[in-house]
Design a binder for this molecule. Structure first.
Ligand code: PBG
Length: 324
């Protein structure tokens, strides 16, 4: 008899489609990247990231209040560091009264339940725009992870719930874990950017923080986009070293990696839909070539379908507005 199975039957009505839908987005899926600057009443739009702002702490306070009301549970904090404070060793990163530390304190004081993820890397603090300390034109690993461990500890002391090393130095997760344990911060989580690729999608982010590398590129520490098995190795190492959550970054171009890691590990996976992905979508929408909202939701759904538990996205607020 022809045909017994007709796949279209279950697509007949919206209600039926809803009932058989395999993956659903929810406000709890997202964390929201926030760019913090010094000053008062500052809310400056980043040119290559329409509708995304660098905010001073008073504006950050309002923003996290709004995000919490919308049902968002986490923010991922980045500080834009003044040029005069940058040096090779990232000294300002350890300032207990630095912008990042004050931002963490401010957010926790405003909404204590909001989960604060803090970016741990030297590039916004480095006069060279690199994620590590430079010696003889090379990024030195072991001196860098000493600083990263102190930096993570200082974020934990400021109140960060999750420290998020995004630098891709070797051994930094273990170093950070030890520093946290030794100082009584055994409950502070580590989310490592474990499979972070040397991607050209980070351009707008580097505009936002004025953190583009002053020389060379990041290929001696971030991963080669051609490699898949290496991602598994990186992630398993970070889990062994004490990472509670691991991240894949960028997002859309690396869904195969996300799915591999989902199948091979038992820790929650995060994915970062990065600045360039957001910029592409906004630019196409501005030209009228794509519909921002539906393409955004399709992409975000793809992350969840591929295996992400947490999606860091500049579209998080827009997505949640559509979901609630
Ligand atoms: C820096 C860092 C980068 C991003 C997050 N942390 C940029 C880089 O590695 O050069 C990129 C995020 C984005 O593009 O949205 N350690």
């Amino acid at each position: 008899m022809y045909p017994i199975r007709r796949k279209r039957r279950l697509r007949k009505s919206a209600a039926l489609r809803d009932l058989v839908q395999e993956t659903h987005l929810h406000p709890h899926d997202f964390i929201v990247p926030l760019f913090v600057v010094e000053g008062k009443s500052i809310r400056e739009e980043i040119p290559s990231m329409p509708n995304i702002y660098r905010m001073s702490l008073d504006e950050i306070q309002k923003e996290v209040g709004l995000l919490w009301k919308m049902g968002l549970k986490g923010v991922l904090v980045f500080a834009k560091v003044e040029d005069r404070l940058k040096d090779n060793a990232g000294t300002e990163a350890l300032n207990p009264d630095g912008l990042m530390q004050r931002a963490i304190q401010t957010i926790k004081a405003t909404i204590p339940e909001m989960v604060v993820f803090s970016d741990v890397a030297l590039d916004p603090y480095s006069s060279f725009g690199h994620d590590g300390i430079i010696e003889n034109n090379a990024i030195v690993n072991d001196a860098t992870i000493d600083v990263l461990a102190q930096m993570a500890l200082s974020h934990a002391q400021a109140g960060a719930d999750v420290v998020a090393p995004s630098d891709m130095m070797d051994g930094r997760v273990l170093h950070i874990r030890k520093a946290l344990e030794n100082s009584g911060f055994s409950d502070t989580c580590i989310m490592s950017y474990a499979a972070k690729y040397a991607s050209s999608f980070y351009g707008p982010f580097r505009d936002a923080l004025d953190s583009a590398p002053g020389f060379g590129d990041k290929k001696t520490y971030q991963m080669n986009p051609a490699n898949r098995k290496e991602a598994m190795d990186e992630v398993l190492l970070d889990i062994e070293e004490g990472a509670d959550l691991v991240m894949v970054k960028p997002g859309l171009a690396y869904l195969d990696i996300l799915r591999d890691l989902h199948d091979a590990t038992n820790v929650p996976l995060a994915v970062y839909q990065v600045s360039g992905e957001y910029a592409m979508l906004r630019a196409a929408a501005e030209k009228g070539w794509l519909d921002y909202e539906t393409v955004m939701m399709e992409q975000l759904l793809a992350f969840k379908r591929a295996g992400a538990s947490i999606i860091a996205s500049y579209s998080a607020k827009d997505a949640v507005t559509l979901l609630i």
